[in-house]
Design a protein around this ligand. Structure first.
Ligand code: DGY
Length: 323
C-alpha cells in the first residue's frame, strides 16, 4: 500500500475511491481554483497533483515540490510548464479523445446559434418584441451548402468535418501537416493555406492548440481577409484570437462570432466584447456533457494512479521522461 499524498484542485464528478485506497487525498473544496500561494505550499508535501486548466503549474511550483506525477483533467495543457516538468522527470498526463465529440458538438451548437441568431432571438422574445411574423426578422446565412474553414485538423477538427458533411458543406482545412489523400477523400475536405481558407469561408472554426505559433493567429490582418459576412467560432483557446482585433472586427459589424474561450478567462466584466450583439460567449463549456466530464475525470485519476505507482501513464504529454 502506497503512502502517497495527492492534491486534487477541484471537486470531480466521480467517486475517488480507487484513488483513496492508494493515497491520502485532499480535494480543494471551493468553486474557485486554489490560489497560487496555496498550490505552492501544497506541492511541497504531495506526490501527485490532479489539476485543471485554471491552475498555473509553472516552473517555480514544479521546482518547489517532489512531485511524481502531474495529471491534468483536460486535453490542453498550456497552463503547465512541460519543459520544467520534463527536466525534473515528472510525467504529465492529459485526457485526449474522450472530449472530441462533445467539443465538436458544442462548436456546431455555437455555429448554428450564431448563424441563425438563436441568442438574439431569445432576448428579442423575452423582451416582448415579438409582435408578428416578419419577412426580414433576424435573418442569417444558410448553413447547408456553405463553405466551412477548419483551422487545426487534429481529432476535434476532423470531428467537425464529419458533422459538416451532413450539411453538404464545402470543407477547407489548414494545419501544420497535410492529411493523407485517403483521409482527405473520406472526410470530403480540401487542404488550404490559412489565407485562402479565410478568404473563402463562410464559417471559420478554430481547433489548434495554444502554442507560441498560434498566439493571436487571428488578428487584424486575418479579420480583414475574411468575408464581411463570415462567422468565427472559437472553442480552442482564447489567446488564438487577439481580443482587440476581435472587438474591432465585430464592432464594425464586419463579422459575427461565437466563442467558448476568451483571453483572459473568465472574460473581465468590463470587456467591450460583452456589449456586442453579434457575439455569443459561453464560459468554456465545450466538453461539458455529463458523460464526457466523467470520462475525463476517470482518465485523469487513472493517469494519477499510474504515476504514483511508477507505471507509464496511458496518456502522457512528455513521454521523453521514460527515455
Ligand atoms: C480541454 O480539455 O483542453 C478543454 O479546453 C476543456 O475541456
Amino acid at each position: 500500500m502506497l503512502q502517497a499524498k495527492v492534491f486534487v484542485t477541484r471537486r470531480l464528478p466521480i467517486e475517488l475511491e480507487p484513488l483513496r485506497s492508494l493515497a491520502t487525498v485532499e480535494v480543494w473544496p471551493e468553486r474557485q481554483p486554489p490560489p497560487y500561494e496555496i498550490l505552492l505550499e501544497k506541492v511541497k508535501e504531495i506526490d501527485g497533483l490532479l489539476c485543471l486548466l485554471t491552475d498555473q503549474i509553472d516552473r517555480q511550483l514544479i521546482d518547489s515540490g517532489k512531485l511524481k506525477v502531474i495529471s491534468q483533467m483536460a486535453v490542453g495543457y498550456d497552463n503547465i510548464d512541460i519543459t520544467a516538468a520534463t527536466t525534473r522527470q515528472i510525467p504529465v498526463g492529459n485526457t485526449p479523445g474522450v472530449l472530441t465529440d462533445a467539443t465538436a458538438d458544442f462548436a456546431w451548437a455555437l455555429l448554428m446559434a450564431a448563424a441563425r441568431r438563436v441568442v438574439e432571438a431569445d432576448r428579442f422574445t423575452r423582451a416582448g418584441l415579438w409582435q408578428t411574423w416578419e419577412p426580414d426578422l433576424l435573418l442569417g446565412p444558410n448553413v447547408t451548402g456553405a463553405t466551412l474553414g477548419i483551422v487545426g485538423f487534429g481529432r476535434i477538427g476532423q470531428a467537425i468535418a464529419r458533422r459538416a458533411k451532413g450539411f453538404e458543406m464545402q470543407i477547407l482545412y489548414t494545419s501544420r501537416q497535410r492529411c493523407s489523400p485517403e483521409l482527405e477523400q473520406s472526410l470530403g475536405v480540401e487542404f488550404a493555406t490559412l489565407e485562402h481558407l479565410l478568404q473563402k469561408s463562410d464559417f471559420v472554426t478554430l481547433h489548434t492548440p495554444s502554442v507560441d505559433d498560434t498566439y493571436h493567429l487571428i488578428s487584424d490582418r486575418q479579420f480583414e481577409l475574411m468575408k464581411r459576412s463570415a462567422i468565427l467560432i472559437n472553442t480552442a483557446r482564447g489567446n488564438i484570437v487577439d481580443p482587440d482585433s476581435l472587438y474591432r472586427a465585430l464592432a464594425s459589424c464586419q463579422i459575427a462570432a461565437a466563442i467558448d474561450v476568451t483571453e483572459p478567462e473568465p472574460i473581465p466584466s468590463d470587456s467591450l466584447l460583452l456589449t456586442l450583439d453579434n457575439l455569443i460567449i459561453a464560459p468554456h463549456i465545450g466538453s461539458a456533457s455529463r458523460q464526457t466530464r466523467s470520462k475525463m475525470a476517470t482518465m485523469a485519476i487513472a493517469n494519477l494512479i499510474a504515476g504514483l505507482r511508477g507505471d507509464r501513464l496511458a496518456n502522457c504529454v512528455n513521454p521523453e521522461v521514460y527515455n
